[in-house]
Write a protein that binds this ligand. Structure first.
Ligand code: ARG
Length: 389
């Protein structure tokens, strides 16, 4: 029997995939990536074994996820279509990488994932895996199997006695990790319908958030958040802590219609409390320390970086070159940002940095002013000169 390493979540699709692969002569090995989804991994492991996996690997990838995947997009300021912080998109190349490493360890010639043929995730898994090992066979059961609907899958699970998690029964498709939640399907497929409150799990209803604002101070060192209110946190703890604070104040909800790589527009809801706070603060700190030309030049590159991430091109030369650039830009992005969180709004109310380029004596209209306004006359004449007739 041919060994195959399956990226396993414990859900209906990947559970059916174990059995389905087995029936086609494979020996499925389940790989459970802990990217901070906070699930009962023991229960998921047992489900995999009961369904027919010959072995289960659980690997905690949280630290690597934050430091090598989330933080680079913060430094870049990468946000897809100005709204999506890329939580799901970022986890895929990381999971794929470790899936390939396990395949090598297990001497498995094949890997499998539970993505559909209509989404972005298939691209992210497969492009990453192929770049690491072009010889690996990749199977996507959901793309090729006979089941047309979820009900047919459920029937299959029932006849094959595949244990499924009934608590997970929901009309929505949800992806969750340390950095956020992505929710689609069900009534959300109608872009005119307001998302029902029940879909949100990380953020409270703004109407139920505290009636008084919460102030926090976020400290950055070279583009990376390191302290909250003066207290140092590990990368993973910092994200978690900000998710809790932000979630209580209903920060980070996004409702969007996005352009998938496969050409479909889809309506997606996101919850990203920590990401929303960090991006907002980081951008504001950049406004203080970066010179104008750098700031403006960086913007389209940030968008490019978001596209590369979204399109599954994480492990490509351009993405790595851009990392070098962004790291250079972040050298002075060190300092403190004060934020006010209140019923869904996240506002910067103060910022300071040892590398601040803000000069009060130039900006002020008060007594301290040292700006020589007379010099502006010549400057303005010459500035417009190329366009005069
Ligand atoms: N549209 C997002 C992306 O492509 C999220 C995909 C996963 N979402 C989900 N609800 N299963 O990155």
């Amino acid at each position: 029997m041919k060994k195959i390493v399956l990226a396993y979540s414990g859900g209906l699709d990947t559970s059916c995939a174990i059995k389905w692969l087995q029936e086609r002569g494979y020996e499925p090995i389940a790989f459970i990536a802990d990217v901070g989804q906070r699930e009962d991994f023991e229960a998921i492991k047992n489900r995999a074994l009961k369904t027919g996996a010959s072995k289960v690997h659980i690997v905690n990838l949280q630290k690597e996820f934050v430091e090598n995947y989330i933080f680079p997009t913060i430094k870049a300021g990468a946000i897809y279509e100005n709204k999506y912080l890329l939580a799901t998109a970022l986890s895929r190349p990381l999971i794929a990488k470790h899936q390939v490493l396990i395949a090598h360890k297990e001497k498995a010639p094949a890997i499998a994932h539970g993505c559909t043929g209509k989404g972005n995730d298939q691209v992210r898994f497969e492009v990453t895996a192929r770049l690491m090992d072009p010889k690996l066979e990749i199977i996507a059961p959901v793309r090729i199997w006979e089941f047309k609907t979820r009900e047919e899958e459920m029937d299959y699970a029932k006849t094959k006695k595949i244990p499924i998690d009934v608590t997970k029964k929901s009309p929505y498709s949800v992806d969750i990790n340390l950095y956020g939640r992505s929710i689609e399907c069900g009534v959300l497929e109608d872009p005119w319908i307001e998302p029902p409150e029940e879909i949100y799990k990380l953020t409270v209803n703004p109407l139920k958030a505290p009636n008084k604002p919460t102030h926090i101070e976020l400290e950055f060192s070279q583009g990376i958040p390191v302290k909250i209110d003066g207290q140092k946190y590990s990368a993973v703890d910092l994200i978690h802590k900000l998710n809790v604070i932000g979630g209580k104040n209903s920060i980070g909800r996004v409702d969007m219609v996005e352009n998938r790589l496969v050409g479909i527009k889809s309506r997606e809801i996101y919850e990203n409390p920590a990401g929303a706070i960090i991006h907002t603060a980081h951008h504001e700190l950049e406004c203080l320390v970066l010179d104008r030309e750098t700031m403006h030049y960086k913007q389209p590159l940030a968008q490019k970086y978001a596209e590369l991430t979204y399109y599954g091109l994480w492990e490509t030369p351009l993405k790595k070159q851009l990392d070098e650039y962004f790291n250079k830009v972040q050298e002075n992005v060190t300092g403190l940002v004060r934020l006010k969180l209140y019923k869904g709004s996240c506002t910067v109310v103060g910022r300071k940095s040892p590398y601040s380029r803000y000069k009060e004596e130039l900006a002020t209209y008060g007594k301290k002013d040292i700006f020589d306004q007379k010099l502006s006359e010549g400057f303005v004449r010459i500035w417009g000169m190329p366009f005069s007739n």
